[in-house]
Design a protein around this ligand. Structure first.
Ligand code: NAD
Ligand code: IPM
Ligand code: MN
Length: 363
């Protein structure tokens, strides 16, 4: 089959890891007889440098018309000036909103081979298998008013926390549906003891629970949840959280997996369905890692596994997706480790070599 994929590598290690995600897809193409037409575009800091904006109309159009988008990461110290009119991250936020991908699915899997690489004790990591559903197009990131203004009292920075019931309901439903297809447990995260948006969130979750009698709903306050995620991570099945909470909890959860570099994500406009052909936006959860960019040592597995999610949820290729997941597993079982994995030692595998190993394991 033929597919059009928009490839937006972005900045820092973004293009480095995305190249390996692409490599995995090409290996799938060869092994299973598919043709992926790749259309590359600038986004983020590189787009500011070249075109004066983090997201051009052309790239927005490219992303809209593609079957799916493989995204790297954007941002970096070069564009961090707090008084700059725009930032690389604005391009990413604009794309997510434009594509209406309100449900960001972030699976947190612990490979048994890597439990001794985590700072957490192996017995804590036993049986960890959770999915975090992060609301992606609302809340503090987007709500108006937003900005910086001069007032008689001095400069004031404003961000607004706002959620409508329908925004909450649609992402909670993704959580319930995912839980239904897994171990039947949904943890809804909020700060209902303080925030009005959270009280609406909690009330909506409680109301929806009647429609999902097969799912056990638990409410958790985000601060306590942040603690429990490292204390008893195996007790979680599906976690659903608003935008900011989900962002923070998943970087924390990456510690379970041993590295940020391992976690993929799929951003969708509804419930993920294996074998579906609905557009989606796929990116590792990590950023541009300015501290290691350009050294060829970044872990590409987050991007490769994101490509696998793309095959599964946007291109209808479940068998192919499983082959990519298996290939990553195989390479880790063989003992290959990029430098971010604590047990890599002096013999760490580089980014492109890791990508080659996975591609070979697919083919
Ligand atoms: P980061 O995720 O880029 O890096 C955090 C730490 O994890 C660093 O030590 C880094 O070296 C390490 N790391 C991350 N990914 C890795 C990988 N694949 N392999 C090995 N090590 C990896 O977070 P940060 O340093 O806080 O942010 C840097 C920039 O990235 C900022 O400009 C931020 O806005 C941006 N960012 C972008 C995205 C995105 O585009 N989706 C996500 C997060 C951060
Ligand atoms: C992520 C990142 C982004 C976010 C930033 C770069 C805007 O941290 O994808 O997790 O906060 O959504
Ligand atoms: Mn983040």
């Amino acid at each position: 089959m033929d597919f059009n994929i928009a490839v937006l590598g972005g900045d820092g290690i973004g293009p480095e890891v995305t190249a390996e995600g692409v490599k995995a897809m090409q290996a799938v193409g060869r092994a299973f007889g598919h043709n992926f037409t790749l259309e590359y575009g600038d986004v983020g800091g590189i787009s500011i440098d070249r075109h004066g904006t983090p997201l051009t109309d052309g790239v927005r159009e490219l992303a809209t018309s593609a079957d799916a988008v493989l995204f790297g990461a954007v941002g970096g110290p070069k564009w961090d000036d707090p008084s700059a009119p725009t930032r690389p991250e604005d391009g990413l936020l604009a794309l997510r909103a434009h594509l209406n991908v309100f449900a960001n699915i972030r699976p947190v899997k612990v490979y048994p081979e890597l439990t001794d690489s985590s700072v957490l004790k192996p017995h804590v990591l036993e049986g960890v298998d959770m999915v975090v559903v992060r609301e992606l197009t609302g809340g503090l990131y987007y709500a108006q008013p937003k900005g910086r203004t001069q007032t008689p009292q001095g400069i004031v920075g404003v961000d607004t926390m706002r959620y409508s019931e329908s925004e909450i309901e649609r992402v909670l439903r993704v959580g319930f549906e995912l839980a239904r297809g897994r171990r039947g447990k949904l943890t809804s995260v909020d700060k209902a003891n303080v925030l009005e948006t959270s009280r609406l969130w909690r009330a909506t979750a409680t109301r929806l629970a009647d429609e999902y009698p097969d799912v056990e709903l638990e409410h958790a306050l985000v601060d306590a949840c942040a603690m429990q995620i490292v204390l008893r991570p195996a007790s979680y099945d599906v976690i659903v959280a608003e935008n900011t909470f989900g962002d923070i909890l998943t970087d924390e959860a990456a510690i379970l997996a041993a590295s940020m570099g391992l976690l993929p994500s799929a951003s969708l406009s509804g419930v993920p369905e294996a074998g579906a052909r609905t557009p989606g936006f796929y990116e590792p959860i990590h950023g541009t890692a300015p501290d290691i960019a350009g050294q060829g040592i970044a872990n590409p597995c987050g991007s490769i596994l994101s490509a696998a999610m793309m095959l599964r949820y946007s291109l209808g290729l479940t068998e192919e997706a499983a082959a990519v997941d298996r290939a990553v597993q195989t390479v880790l079982e063989q003992g290959y480790r990029t430098a971010d994995i604590a047990t890599a030692g002096d013999a760490a595998t580089g980014t492109t070599q890791m990508g080659d190993l996975v591609a070979n394991a697919i083919g």
